[in-house]
Design a binder for this molecule. Structure first.
Ligand SMILES: [Zn+2]
Length: 189
């Protein structure tokens, strides 16, 4: 469960199941507005509290990573954290994610423990999601936070199936030789 907005107590989120690889970080998290740091962030579209609230709402869903109760998450505003979620301008994304990614993608930077959400994508979404920007936002948060738990990328398993949340749906939902999946923003749809 996530604590309510404004919670400042250190989190106690722990993964109690056995699915997490040993190298994965402990699982508290901290939502922070990436635009508060660095240069060139003037174009970031959403204000920090609105973004943090959206992230908290998405990660609180029973369809998100806390499904089944094996994992608990708590939003904290100070102190030690296990991962952060930042809304970041495209140019800063390139600094934090590397220059080899396709333009306007998001990433998880394991060294920083930070899910870096591309501001342009947050506003516009992705082709596979059409006009459903809300569903795309849900997808991108769940996907990048999934990396913080050690999950790697998956492909479309079968034509017509729901796309795994760890598929790179920003780039499309088809896998060559398999076919097209349907968009899916949740780890546990
Ligand atoms: Zn990814």
């Amino acid at each position: 469960m996530l604590a309510g907005a404004g919670a400042v107590a250190p989190a106690r989120g722990r993964h109690r199941g056995g699915r997490r690889p040993p190298a994965a970080p402990r699982q508290r998290h901290h939502q922070r507005h990436g635009g508060q740091r660095g240069e060139g962030e003037a174009g970031v579209a959403e204000d920090g509290p609105a973004f943090a609230a959206a992230v908290e709402q998405i990660l609180s869903s029973p369809h998100s990573w806390t499904h089944g109760g094996q994992l608990r998450l708590q939003r904290v505003d100070t102190g030690d954290v296990d991962f952060r979620v930042s809304l970041t301008s495209s140019m800063t994304v390139r600094k934090l994610c590397g220059y080899t990614l396709p333009f306007e993608t998001s990433c998880y930077n394991g060294d920083l423990g930070r899910a870096v959400i591309n501001d342009a994508r947050w506003v516009r979404g992705a082709v596979a999601y059409g006009h459903n920007t809300a569903a795309y936002r849900t997808y991108v948060i769940n996907h990048e936070v999934g990396h913080s738990f050690g999950h790697g990328h998956l492909q479309c398993p079968k034509a017509g199936a729901l796309a795994p949340v760890m598929m790179q749906q920003t780039l499309g939902v088809s896998t060559p030789g398999v076919g097209a999946c349907r968009v899916n923003p949740w780890p546990y749809p």
